[in-house]
Write a new protein. Structure first.
Ligand code: NAP
Length: 367
């Protein structure tokens, strides 16, 4: 009998759900014992439910292949089968919001990838290297709802994962950012499966991703916010203008960033100092040696033509952000290119790292 924590994956058949299944295989702390998806998949063995749409290179993990997929809308089915769930559901926001609350109400914590609860002000939106202290809000959340064991914690949108760590590292080192312009080039896997049609995507760039620019501009303020008065209060800045584009890349979101520091000219950091800050940046996941923490959260590339999705997305298990082309900006202060793996750091592995942080902090004790 395994002494690992039994976990469920809601939306286990989708793009992100499959990553969860693949990346939780042989996890030292967690074991997948429960899989759920839409009523279309419910009742089938997992391997049949994903037949012809298993998108991850490796085989379906043997421990999950024969699990019977349950209907994610039926919370009672999960009771007693798993201690907490990862949510990778794609449904309308209000349905996901009430469903995630129903799992928490039933005493099953939810570690979510969905955007539905990102703006709920007592729900932490975690990037463990940046705002691990936001887990402090969970006690308030449980008090607000009268939940004894259940709670909801979410991760932010994949579009901002690549540049949030570099921005935060600079702010933490005493170099606050006043405003920035971000142009993202986002992989097709970010749209789920089957996602954008090949007719729209091959030989093309689509300069619009519904809701993405708003998320890119706003979510950073909550991530950099403060736990105060029973909620997370947004940081006042930086001011962000985003251009989000869908490009014909399978995995890996790239962002071109130009930014201005909120500092007098003589206090602004040199390029050498910025590189030193990024290279030495470490956070709580590295201190705690969490299983999926990258050794170096930010990797600085010096080649003139890096980072690139195909070459750099797998850096440190797909969990490190690669940054390059750091140079002066004639309009703002500096500019650079940042890249992260959208379905690993930006989705499933980011969710798993959140769960590892929660476990290390004792949130899964006594479930
Ligand atoms: P996806 O490939 O479309 O998968 C959606 C999953 O939700 C499938 O398991 C599907 O089950 C299930 N589902 C759909 N309708 C349902 C219903 N009515 N009841 C219960 N389950 C239902 O989507 P995805 O790309 O994996 O995204 C999943 C979530 O992660 C979304 O909220 C998305 O915004 C977020 N996210 C995605 C990425 C990314 O890079 N793709 C990054 C960050 C966050 P069936 O297979 O049975 O239909």
């Amino acid at each position: 009998m395994s002494n690992k924590i039994a976990v469920g994956v809601l939306g286990a058949t989708g793009m992100v759900g499959q990553r969860y299944i693949a990346n939780l295989e042989n996890h030292p702390w967690f074991e997948v014992t429960y899989v759920a998806a839409s009523p279309r998949s419910a009742g089938k063995a997992y391997k049949e439910a994903v037949e012809n749409r298993w998108l991850i290179g490796a085989n379906i993990p043997a421990g999950v292949a024969d699990l019977i997929v349950q209907d994610a809308n039926d919370v009672s089915a999960a009771k007693g089968k798993c201690k907490f769930v990862f949510s990778a559901l794609e449904m309308d926001k209000e349905t996901i919001k009430s469903l995630e609350a129903a799992y928490a109400e039933a005493g099953i914590p939810v570690v979510s990838n969905a955007s539905a609860n990102r703006w709920t002000d007592d729900v932490p939106m975690l990037i463990p290297e940046i705002n691990p202290q936001h887990t402090d809000i969970i006690a308030e959340q449980q008090k607000h709802h009268g939940w004894k064991k259940g709670f909801i914690a979410v991760k932010p949108n994949c579009s901002l994962q690549s540049y949030m760590a570099p921005i935060f590292a600079l702010q933490q080192a005493g170099y606050p950012v006043k405003r920035m312009i971000v142009t993202t080039m986002q992989a097709v896997s970010g749209a789920g499966y089957p996602g954008v049609s090949s007719f729209d995507m091959i030989d093309n760039v689509v300069p619009y991703i519904g809701g993405e620019e708003e998320k890119t501009e706003k979510e950073c303020l909550k991530i950099l916010g403060t736990v105060k008065n029973g909620k997370i209060e947004n940081a006042p800045g930086p001011l962000v203008a985003a251009h989000c584009n869908r490009v014909p890349v399978i995995d890996g979101h790239t962002a071109c960033v130009s930014l201005e520091f909120d500092l007098p000219e003589d206090k602004k950091p040199s390029l050498e100092e910025i590189e030193r800050v990024w290279t030495s940046f470490r956070g709580v996941p590295q201190e705690l040696n969490l299983p999926n923490a990258p050794e170096h959260p930010i990797i600085v590339r010096h080649e003139v033509n890096r980072p690139q999705p195909r070459r750099d997305r797998e850096a440190d298990k797909g969990m490190a952000v690669s940054v390059g082309r750091l140079r002066k900006c004639p309009v703002f202060d500096i500019r650079f290119v940042a890249l992260s793996h959208n379905t690993k750091r930006g989705a499933a592995l980011g969710g798993i790292l959140n769960a590892e942080l929660l476990k290390a902090k004792g949130f899964f004790d006594n479930l």
